[in-house]
Design a binder for this molecule. Structure first.
Ligand code: 4GP
Length: 829
C-alpha cells in the first residue's frame, strides 16, 4: 500500500488527552491496568518492584495530558524559553514529588490501602537518581522545579549517567566507593527516544574549501557516537504544567562488528561499543589521569552538542529564521562544564547555517549566560590546547578567533598593556597552553552571575576584575534558592501542616508569606506545637538511622548537623576539633560529663575518590566517633554519628530534625551554600562564618538568631598578607593544643601516631583554610550555642524566626531574579 500520511485530524487524535479519573477507583483501575498491561503480571504474582513501577506509571498517566498540552502549547506559541545546560541534576526521589505536584497524594494513598499494598514499601523501592555531586547539581534540580511551578517554558538538558555519584560505604572507618547502579531495575520516570538519537562527532581535522567563491572552514570528524534522548517529566506544583528534562545517553554508531564476532574475537567485536558508551557511563570520572580528563571533555561536548542541535532542529520550527534565535532561547551555562557550547553554536551558525562570523557572534553573545559556582581557582576549568585540538579541532580554531577579536578590542581600549592582555586572554600559556573556560564563558555570555551577594562581589572584584572593567554591567548576582516543595512540604510535613494551620495555604508558592509567622513566634502555644514537630522529626530520623545504619539518637540531645561534600575549605576539621576538645575536657576531668550539654553531632559527607586528604578526614571522623561513643566516661552525653552515603533522600530526613546547622567554611571560599538555606527554613539555627549565603541568612534572620564566628573575608585576606603561621595559633591556645595533641597521640588510632599524622601536620604547617585561626572563635560561639539551648523556649522562638524570615531563599525567587536580570522569559500563560 502507498504511504499513508499521518491523520492527525482524526477526531480521536484531536480530542484532548484525558488522564484516568481523579478518584480512588480511577487510580486503582489505572494501577491494575499498568500492572497487567505494562508489567505483564497479575497483582497476586507481582513483586514490590512491579508494584512500584505500576504505581509510578499511574502517577505519570495523570501527568501525561498536561505534559502533552504543554509541549503543544510551547510548539504553537514559540515563546522565549530557557535551556538550562547542566552536567548535573541531583534529583532525589521522584515519586512523592510527582504525587505532590499532581495533587494525587491522598487518592493514591487510599488506592493503595484499597489494594492492600503498603505505600511505604513502594517508596522504598525507588533508587534516587544521583546524577550530581552536590550543590551545583541539586541547584539545577531546584531550578527546574521552580520554572515548572512558575509556568516558564524550560528544557533542562544533561547527561543520563548510567552510574551516578558513587555509593559510599565505610570499611574500618574508611570510605569505600561502590558503583551506583541506579538503573539496574529500570526507571519508570524516563521516556527513551532512540529514534531521535543524534550523531555527535569528535576528532579528525579541519579543512578549508571553496563555497561559491567564498573560502570556508569545515570540520572532517574522525569518529562519532549517538546521543539518545531520555525525557523526564518536570511537573509544576499544582498548576497543571509539566516541563521536560532531557538527558542524553551515549550509544555506539556501529556497535557491533558481526564479522569480527563471527571470527571469534568477541572482545574486539564490542570494543567500539564499550568505547562509545563510556561517555555517559559515570558521573565525573576521576580526572587525575589524562584518559579521565579526555573522557570528561567528551562528556561535556557530547551533551552540549546534542542539546543545542536538538533545540535548533527539533524544538524550533523548520522555517525558523535563525537570526531571531535570541528572541527564542537563552542557554544558561551551569558552571563551565557546558561552555564548549559557545564554539559549538558558532560552528553550527557559521559552518552549517553559513552565517557571517560577526552575525553569528552577535547571536551567540545574546544566547548564552554563565553562572559561576566557585571561588577556588583550581575549580575553574581549563583544557589543554593539545587535548581540545585533538578532540574538537574546529572548536579550537573558533576559540582562537574569538580570542583574537576579543584581545583586539582589549588593545583598542587599553593600548598595548601586555600584562592585561595576557591576564585576559582566553588562552593561558602556563603551565601549558590551555583554554580558560570561565574566560570564554565570560566573553561570550550576555551576563555572568555569582550565586550569593558576597560571591558575586568577589567574582567581580577579585576573580575577574579586568572583565568587569571591560564589560560594565555584565556581572550580576542571583542568590541561590531551594524548592520549598521538596525541602519543606515533603521533607517536613509536620512543620508544613503547622504553618498552614497558622497562615493558611499559598505560602508554598509565595514563600515570603512565611513572614506572617513572626507574630506566632511570640505565641507560647505555637512554640509548643513547633517544638513538638521538631521532636517528632528527631524520632523519625532516629527510626531512619536505626533501620538504615543501626545508629541510635539519644533522647534529649541537641542535634548538631554538618552535611555537605567533604572538602578542606568547608572545614569539617573545625567541627571535629570542637568535638575532640569537648571529649578531651571530659576524659581529663576538667569538665564533669554531667555538666556537658548533651549533643549528637551528625556528619554526612562524601569525598571525591581521588582526594586523599578528604578521605583521611572521613577516617578521622569515624575514628573519633568510635572512641567518643563508647567511652563510658562520656556518659553518652556526646555522640558522633556518621551515616554513610549522604544523599538527597537522607537529607530530607536529617534537615528537619536538626537543631544546629554547621556552615563553617573559611570566609571567601563557599560560593553560596544551599544546605544552609534548607536548615534555616526547617527551623535550625546556624552557626556560621560570614561566607556565601550565610551573610544573607544572618542579615535576614537577625544576629540574635544566628551564631556568627570567625574572620570575615577581608580579615582572611589581611591575615594572608601578614603571613599566616598556623603553629602560632596552636601555641597560643591551650584548648587547641590539647585537641591537636590528642589526635597526634594516637588516641583515635589505637596508639598508632602515624595514621592521622598527615592531618595534624597539614594543619600545623600549611592549613590553607585557616582552621586553626578560626578555632578559638568557633569554640566560643559553640559555648554561646550551649548557653542558648538551655532555654528551650527562647531557642524555639529563634527557630520560628529563622523559618519566618527565610522565605527569600525559595528557588522561585531565584528564578524571578534570573528572569528579570538575565533571561527575560516570562511565564507562558
Ligand atoms: C557549589 C558551591 O560550592 C556551593 O557554594 C553552591 O551553593 C552550589 O555550587 C550551588 O551554586 N559548587 C559545586 C561545584 O557544587 O561542583 O562546583
Amino acid at each position: 500500500p502507498a504511504h499513508h500520511p499521518l491523520n492527525a485530524t482524526h477526531p480521536l487524535a484531536l480530542a484532548p488527552v484525558t488522564g484516568p479519573a481523579s478518584s480512588v477507583d480511577g487510580f486503582v483501575r489505572q494501577f491494575l491496568r499498568n500492572l497487567n498491561y505494562e508489567r505483564g503480571v497479575p497483582l497476586s504474582a507481582s513483586t514490590p518492584n512491579d508494584r512500584y513501577f505500576a504505581f509510578a506509571m499511574t502517577v505519570r498517566d495523570y501527568l501525561m495530558a498536561r505534559w502533552l498540552e504543554d509541549l503543544r502549547r510551547q510548539r504553537v506559541v514559540q515563546a522565549k524559553g530557557v535551556c538550562y545546560l547542566s552536567a548535573e541534576y541531583l534529583l532525589g526521589r521522584q515519586l512523592d514529588n510527582n504525587l505532590l505536584a499532581s495533587g494525587l497524594t491522598e487518592i493514591a494513598t487510599e488506592a493503595m490501602v484499597a489494594c492492600g499494598i503498603d505505600i511505604e514499601e513502594l517508596r522504598a523501592q525507588e533508587v534516587e537518581p544521583g546524577l550530581g555531586n552536590g550543590g551545583l547539581g541539586r541547584l539545577a534540580a531546584c531550578f527546574i522545579d521552580s520554572l515548572a511551578t512558575m509556568g516558564v517554558p524550560n528544557i533542562g538538558y544533561g547527561i543520563r549517567y548510567e552510574y551516578g555519584i558513587f555509593r559510599q560505604t565505610f570499611v574500618d572507618g574508611q570510605q569505600v566507593e561502590q558503583p551506583d547502579a541506579w538503573l539496574t531495575l529500570g526507571s519508570p520516570w524516563e521516556f527513551p527516544h532512540p529514534e531521535a538519537a543524534r550523531r555527535i562527532s569528535f576528532g579528525g581535522h579541519t579543512e578549508t574549501y571553496d563555497d561559491a567563491g567564498v573560502t570556508r572552514s569545515r570540520w572532517v570528524p574522525g569518529w562519532d557516537v549517538l546521543a539518545v534522548p531520555y525525557n523526564y517529566m518536570v511537573p509544576g506544583y499544582l498548576n497543571g504544567r509539566v516541563n521536560t528534562l532531557r538527558l542524553w545517553s551515549a550509544k555506539a554508531t556501529d556497535s557491533f562488528d558481526l564479522r569480527v564476532f563471527n571470527s571469534g574475537d568477541y572482545e574486539e567485536a564490542v570494543r567500539a561499543q564499550t568505547f562509545a558508551e563510556n561517555i555517559s557511563k559515570v558521573l565525573y570520572p576521576e580526572d587525575s589521569t589524562p584518559q579521565g580528563k579526555e573522557l570528561r571533555l567528551q562528556q561535556q561536548y557530547f551533551f552540549v552538542a546534542a542539546s543545542i542541535g536538538d533545540f535548533l532542529e527539533h524544538t524550533l520550527p523548520a522555517d525558523f529564521d535563525i537570526h531571531k534565535l535570541p528572541d527564542r532561547v537563552i542557554f544558561q551555562l551551569n558552571d563551565t562544564h557546558p561552555v564548549i557550547g559557545v564554539p559549538e553554536l558558532m560552528r553550527v551558525l557559521v559552518d552549517e547555517r553559513k552565517l557571517e562570523w560577526d552575525a553569528a557572534w552577535a547571536i551567540t553573545q545574546q544566547c548564552f549566560a554563565y553562572t559561576c559556582h566557585t571561588l577556588l581557582p583550581e575549580a575553574l576549568e581549563v583544557w589543554s590546547v593539545d587535548l581540545l585540538g585533538r578532540l574538537l579541532p574546529r572548536h579550537l580554531e573558533i576559540i582562537y578567533r574569538i580570542n583574537e577579536e576579543f584581545l583586539e578590542a582589549v588593545r583598542e581600549r587599553y593600548g598595548d598593556d601586555e600584562m592585561r592582555i595576557r591576564n585576559m586572554s582566553i588562552i593561558g600559556e602556563f603551565p601549558e597552553r590551555s583554554v580558560r573556560m570561565a574566560y570564554l564563558a565570560t566573553v561570550a555570555g550576555a551576563k555572568v552571575n555569582g550565586v550569593a551577594e558576597l560571591h558575586s562581589q568577589l567574582l567581580r572584584d577579585k576573580v575577574l576584575p579586568d572583565f568587569n572593567d571591560f564589560f560594565p554591567g555584565k556581572f550580576t548576582n542571583v542568590t541561590n534558592g531551594i524548592t520549598p516543595r521538596r525541602f519543606v512540604r515533603l521533607a517536613n510535613p509536620g512543620l508544613s501542616g503547622l504553618i498552614t494551620e497558622a497562615i493558611g495555604t499559598g505560602w508554598l508558592t509565595d514563600l515570603e508569606r512565611l513572614r506572617e509567622l513572626e507574630a506566632y513566634a511570640e505565641d507560647p502555644q505555637f512554640r509548643q506545637a513547633f517544638a513538638e514537630v521538631k521532636a517528632a522529626n528527631k524520632r523519625r530520623l532516629g527510626d531512619v538511622l536505626r533501620a538504615r545504619d543501626g545508629l541510635e539518637i539519644s533522647d534529649g540531645h541537641m542535634l548538631d548537623v554538618m552535611v555537605k561534600r567533604l572538602h578542606e575549605y568547608k572545614r569539617q576539621m573545625l567541627k571535629l576539633l570542637h568535638v575532640v576538645t569537648q571529649y578531651g575536657s571530659i576524659v581529663s576531668g576538667r569538665v564533669a560529663a554531667s555538666d556537658v550539654l548533651p549533643r549528637t553531632v551528625i556528619f554526612g559527607a562524601k569525598a571525591a575518590p581521588g582526594y586523599a586528604m578528604a578521605k583521611r578526614i572521613i577516617h578521622l571522623i569515624n575514628a573519633v566517633g568510635e572512641v567518643v561513643n563508647t567511652d563510658p566516661r562520656v556518659e553518652g552525653r556526646l555522640k558522633v554519628l556518621f551515616p554513610p552515603n549522604y544523599n538527597v533522600t537522607l537529607a530530607e530526613r536529617l534537615i528537619p530534625a536538626a537543631d544546629l546547622s554547621e556552615q563553617i567554611s573559611l570566609a571567601g571560599k563557599e560560593a553560596s551554600g544551599t544546605g544552609n538555606m534548607k536548615f534555616a527554613l526547617n527551623g535550625a539555627l546556624t552557626i556560621g562564618t560570614d561566607d556565601g549565603a550565610n551573610v544573607e541568612i544572618r542579615q535576614l534572620v537577625g544576629d540574635d538568631n544566628f551564631f556568627l564566628f570567625g574572620m570575615s573575608e577581608p580579615e582572611v585576606e589581611a591575615l594572608w598578607a601578614r603571613g599566616y603561621k598556623p603553629a602560632d595559633f596552636y601555641q597560643g591556645d591551650e584548648n587547641l593544643r590539647r585537641a591537636m595533641d590528642l589526635i597526634a597521640s594516637g588516641a583515635f588510632s589505637g596508639g598508632d601516631r602515624s595514621v592521622f599524622e598527615p592531618i595534624v601536620s597539614n594543619l600545623l604547617y600549611d592549613d590553607r583554610f585557616m582552621v586553626l585561626a578560626d578555632y578559638s572563635s568557633y569554640v566560643a560561639a559553640q559555648e554561646r550555642v550551649d548557653a542558648a539551648y538551655v532555654d528551650q523556649d527562647a531557642w524555639t522562638r529563634s527557630a520560628i524566626l529563622n523559618v519566618a524570615r527565610s522565605g527569600f531563599f525559595s528557588s522561585d525567587r531565584s528564578m524571578r531574579d534570573y528572569i528579570e536580570r538575565i533571561w527575560h522569559t516570562p511565564p507562558l500563560l
